[in-house]
Design a protein around this ligand. Structure first.
Ligand SMILES: NC(=O)N[C@@H](CC(=O)O)C(=O)O
Ligand SMILES: [Zn+2]
Ligand SMILES: [Zn+2]
Length: 434
């Protein structure tokens, strides 16, 4: 038997309680938990720390196989654990693509060997992400990886017939299509948000309508076939309006926002540094405000990091030549604290909902996102909300350095993470397996 007793923590930021973990499950939580602890229990003093259920990222790029210069399953999931995560959904745009049972089982196995978080491989919608024919969805769903989330992320499933077929197909196994909503014709050569600033900077624009038109189309397709749609990385006020309309109409749609779209604006493009180049692009202050409001009122269901590591040479160049994407696993919770908790727009319970419960439910990760209660799997993290730290990409655990927050002071530090009862992070540092 393995037992851990966490003392003096504040579950969901509320009243102080002790948490007793025995063999991978929460055995007791509350004022009486300590009294039930077996003699050999390892003790952790969590006075002043907020306890949250283990975070679940519905949108991570781990890059392996094929992109190991940027990240591996090991380094990416270690960064996730340091960020407070106990599960990640690993996007399919690897090389080879995660479009068949063999590749998703390989990623699953690498995740288990690494042991930092539960890895749920996402399956591609189309073979080779080419947007022409459906991937081996059924085989991936039936494989050991039990794939439930399918996405061509990085690319949009632009063909409405293919999108319709995909939505129909996943109904058989309760799957969901996670769409990267970007009309390819409206965004050919696009570099940044289309607006006054793109004209001033001479960078080709990525118009809001290229995102909004696809979201509207897909919501109607999901309604038509009675299937489940998840919209990745919402970035505009107009997208929020469409999601609000679709939900009011009873369409089975969920929406995601990234930490960077909640914090940064297109003004960062003035630097011409590709560190701020991302897909979809950083938008205006009005869009940021609409996204924060929608996350607070539940129109947006989840925060997904869209952690997108890139090797140095793909970012150390001029804007137009730079890759789209930014790292995010180790800064997601601090940004949610800064943008939503500290201004009083969300409680810690809301944080647990958007970063743990809701993403686990969307991805059908059955032993995650169950919250802090006796009997639940012991997936949790302990956060010190009083710490403020300056982001140093060189000190992060991801293999890549393309963080847009370098030098920025952010609140909150994850002190410890427990995965199925085993500490993966203690004193803010990953616990290497013996
Ligand atoms: N977000 C990005 O800018 N890049 C992602 C792809 C994606 O999420 O669309 C990547 O894989 O690098
Ligand atoms: Zn995307
Ligand atoms: Zn992505």
């Amino acid at each position: 038997m393995t037992a851990h007793l966490i003392t003096g923590a504040r579950p969901y930021g509320e009243d102080t309680a002790d948490i007793l973990i025995i063999d991978g499950a929460i055995a007791a939580i509350g004022p009486d938990a300590a009294a039930q602890a077996p003699a050999g229990a390892t003790r952790h003093d969590a006075t002043g720390l907020v306890a949250l259920p283990g975070l679940v990222d519905i949108h991570t790029h781990l890059r392996e196989p094929g992109g190991e210069d940027a990240e591996t399953v090991f380094t990416g999931t270690r960064a996730a654990a340091v960020g407070g995560y106990t599960a990640v959904f690993a996007m399919a745009n690897t090389n080879p693509v995660q479009d068949n049972a063999g590749v998703v089982e390989q990623v699953l196995r690498l995740g288990r060997e690494a042991g930092w978080v539960d890895v749920h491989p996402v399956g591609a919608v189309s073979a080779g992400l080419e947007g022409e024919h459906l991937s081996e969805m059924g085989a991936m769903a039936a494989s050991e990886a039990q794939v439930r989330v399918f996405s061509d992320d990085g690319k949009c499933v632009a063909d409405p017939v293919l999108m319709r077929r995909a939505l129909e197909y996943v109904k058989a196994f309760d799957g969901v299509i996670a769409q990267h909503s970007q009309d390819p014709r409206l965004t050919e050569g696009s570099q940044m948000h289309e607006g006054a600033l793109s004209a001033e900077l001479g960078l080709r624009g990525w118009p809001a309508v290229a995102e909004e038109s696809i979201i509207a189309r897909d919501a109607l397709l999901a309604e038509h076939v009675g299937s489940r749609l998840h919209v990745c990385h919402l970035s505009t006020a107009g997208s929020v309006d469409i999601i609000r309309w679709a939900k009011a109409r009873g369409i089975n749609v969920t929406a995601e926002v990234t930490p960077h779209h909640l914090l940064l604006t297109d003004e960062k493009a003035r630097t011409y540094s590709p560190l701020y180049k991302v897909n979809p692009p950083l938008r205006t202050a009005e869009d940021v405000e609409a996204l924060r409001e929608a996350l607070a009122d539940g129109t947006i269901d989840v925060v997904g990091t869209d952690h997108a590591p890139h090797p140095v040479e793909d970012k150390d160049c001029e804007w137009a030549a730079g890759a789209f994407g930014m790292t995010g696993l180790e800064t997601a919770l601090p940004i949610i604290i800064a943008t939503m908790v500290e201004p009083g727009r969300m409680t810690w319970r809301d944080v647990a909902r958007v970063l743990s419960t809701a993403p686990a439910l969307i991805g059908r990760a059955e032993n995650q996102g169950q919250g802090l209660a006796a009997g639940a799997p012991a997936n949790l993290c302990l956060v010190d909300p009083s710490v403020r730290r300056v982001v140093d990409p060189a000190a992060q655990w991801t293999r890549s350095a393309n963080s847009p927050y370098a030098g920025m002071e952010l609140p909150g530090q994850v002190i410890a993470t427990f995965l199925h009862g085993r500490p993966t992070v203690l004193d803010g540092r990953p616990v290497e397996a013996a």
